[in-house]
Design a protein around this ligand. Structure first.
Ligand SMILES: O=C(O)[C@H](O)[C@@H](O)[C@H](O)[C@H](O)COP(=O)(O)O
Ligand code: SF4
Length: 608
């Protein structure tokens, strides 16, 4: 058992010191919440009567107030295949709660956007701020103050970050996230990508493409690529906010329903009336946040968490930045290759040993904080085991070795000595690049820029044959203040075709990519963004741009005097349709990507 790695210890101490004032204010807030804030003791008879009026068989128990009443915040809808199973969860949770003398009520629902449905559409420009809308909706749900525990039902991209941002403001409440699991594997991801590239080249038609996509996304459960949703699941494990290694058990199985039941029972054991009080605000501390960064690096997780994790951390009074990510990336080895970082999907990853193996390996090698307050009985050690049913009973067993070293490896033999995400900085600003899915021969690209203001313009240029060369494709005015910072994942097939034709291709943008984006080097989240004067706005067609993940550099190779003398181009018109105009308030108040790109947090912090 190794000592904690000195760099991880150093980064953690730096975060603790940087966060001290706000974290103290946060801990005071949740202390007040426990003593005199949002809980049932403060409600009048009228409040209570309204609260349990429709609670049926649970009414007597809720009325007496002698046992935990669990507030369920659910992100159920039929748009996200990952969330579709949640339709039946409230009833399951209510039954499980009654088994231990507790009760449960749906405190409220939150919206959930499927980034797969909106990818490449106007709706994608609502995606990032749907996270903050979820945070607000979670606060509305929990503000009923009828609860002594919280069950959060959410899996996908912006949903887990939004649920946590909202629930953390009620951090005096013990809280557990209950996952629903991945859909069974469908069409292999590599075949999906092959058909997409053929379609981008005009070599197959829409019917064949739809057939391929439907064979890939074919049922209930989370999509099986390692994108932002499944990176959320990984983070909840290394932060200890799920039942141990519950993430990647398929929906509709006995093991899945037993894990939901166990989560409900466990939640009733960590309330303030017992002797094992585990409030969310104490579970999500600096060490848990550092564990999440480590997990991203060790598994090649989604770049979106370079934005969401700072926002989640700030909701708990903790401040992190991309330098923290970069220093942790330098010392955390890449232990998993899950599509798009490899060929297997999360089902194969789980079968190979999954999170249980990853966590035990990292713990044994001093690469995770073990001593965090989890929702399980112990510390993070509990998460180095996988859940199984033995004689119909839920058990956790060791995973002594990877069952498939093509996708899951020990620290002694990693895929890469350092993590899957890099910080790049230079005269264009600061940005991140996911390298775990990029051929190392392509980690440095130096080529003339082709500058665009929309991804559709890029695709038009591609179809017109204007990009058949070494090129740095620049797509700007895609930042949070400009248009809500959409994912530009629709560019992946076309840029992949150019790369496969042997051209040196990179993407540079103040926007985002999907966590499922892969093989094309993409320098993303460039801050400051173009709108408001970020340097990316100065770039012109033909400028030589250097993107280098080895040295962590991104720069325009333009004469300094000329560069300084350049004007900024006029900004494109503000987005206006698909409800985007309703989010203007959020765009106007958004923070930098590195701070979480949230319109909610700065205002909250100024009131401290
Ligand atoms: O960050 C992510 O993981 C993506 O937003 C993902 O949730 C989205 O659904 C992708 O668009 C899926 O990939 P395809 O678009 O390739 O199906
Ligand atoms: S993983 Fe992405 S595409 Fe799949 S259900 Fe979740 S949001 Fe939608």
């Amino acid at each position: 058992m190794s000592e904690l790695h000195p760099v991880i210890a150093k980064v953690t101490e730096r975060i603790v010191a940087r966060s001290a004032k706000r974290r103290r204010a946060y801990l005071d807030l949740i202390e007040r919440g426990r003593e005199a804030g949002t809980n049932r003791d403060q409600l009048s008879c009228g409040n209570l009567a309204h609260g349990f009026a429709a609670s049926g068989e649970d009414k007597p128990a809720i009325r007496t107030g002698q046992a935990m009443n669990i507030g369920i915040v659910t992100a159920y809808n039929d748009m996200l295949s990952a969330h579709q199973p949640y339709g039946r969860y409230p009833e399951q949770i209510k039954i499980a709660a009654r088994e231990v003398g507790a009760t449960a009520q749906v405190a409220g629902g939150v919206p959930a956007m499927c980034d797969g449905v909106t990818q490449g559409q106007s709706g994608m420009e609502l995606s990032l701020f749907s996270r903050d809308t979820i945070a607000l909706s979670t606060a509305v749900a929990l503000s009923h103050a009828m609860f002594e525990g919280v069950a959060l039902l959410g899996i996908c991209d912006k949903i887990v970050p939004g649920l946590l941002m909202g629930a953390l403001r009620f951090g005096h409440l013990p809280t557990i996230l209950i996952p629903a699991g991945p859909m069974p594997s469908g069409l292999a991801n590599k075949e999906k990508v092959r058909i997409r590239q053929l379609y981008a080249e005009g070599k197959v038609g829409r019917d064949e493409l739809l057939e391929s996509e439907s064979a890939s996304y074919h049922g209930a459960g989370t999509c099986t690529f390692y994108g932002t949703a499944n990176s959320n699941q990984m983070m909840m494990e290394v932060m200890g906010l799920h039942m141990p290694c519950a993430s990647f058990v398929n929906p509709g199985t006995k093991l899945r329903s037993e894990l939901t039941r166990a989560a409900t029972h466990r939640l009733t054991s960590i309330g303030w009336d017992g002797d094992d009080y585990r409030p969310l605000g104490h579970c999500v501390d600096e060490k848990a946040i550092v564990n999440a960064i480590i997990g991203l690096m060790a598994t090649g997780g989604s770049t979106n968490h370079a934005i969401h994790l700072p926002a989640i951390a700030r909701a708990a009074g903790i401040s992190i930045d991309w330098t923290d990510f970069a220093e942790i990336s330098d010392v955390v080895p890449l232990l998993a290759r899950v599509y798009p970082n490899g060929s297997g999907d999360v089902n194969h990853f789980h079968a190979a040993g999954g999170m249980s193996f990853i966590i035990r390996e990292l713990l044994d090698n001093g690469l995770l904080h073990r001593d965090i307050l989890t929702v399980a009985r112990g510390d993070l050690t509990d998460y180095g085991k996988e859940p199984v049913l033995e004689d119909e009973a839920l058990q956790w067993r060791d995973v002594p070795a990877s069952r498939d070293e093509n996708m899951l490896r020990p620290v002694s033999n990693p895929f890469s000595a350092d993590g899957g995400m890099r910080l790049l900085a230079g005269n264009l600003g600061r940005c991140v690049m996911k390298v775990s899915a990029v051929d190392p021969a392509l980690w440095t690209i130096e080529a003339p820029a082709a500058v665009f203001h929309t991804q559709d313009d890029v695709l038009r240029a591609f179809k017109a044959g204007e990009l058949e060369r070494d090129v740095v494709v620049v797509v700007r005015f895609q930042g949070p203040k400009a248009n809500g910072m959409p994912e530009l994942h629709k560019l992946t097939p076309a840029l992949g075709v150019l790369q496969d034709r042997g051209f040196k291709v990179a993407l540079v943008t103040d926007g985002r990519m999907s966590g499922a984006s892969g093989k094309v080097p993409a320098a993303i989240h460039l801050s400051p963004e173009a709108l408001g004067g970020g340097a990316i706005a100065k770039l012109r067609d033909g400028d030589l741009v250097r993107v280098c993940a080895q040295q962590g550099v991104i720069e325009a190779l333009v004469d300094a005097a000329e560069w300084d003398a350049r004007d900024m181009p006029p900004a494109p018109p503000a987005p206006y349709d698909t409800g985007r105009e309703l989010f203007a308030l959020f765009r106007h108040h958004s923070d930098l990507a590195e701070q979480g790109a949230s319109p909610l947090l700065a205002a909250m912090e100024t009131e401290l």
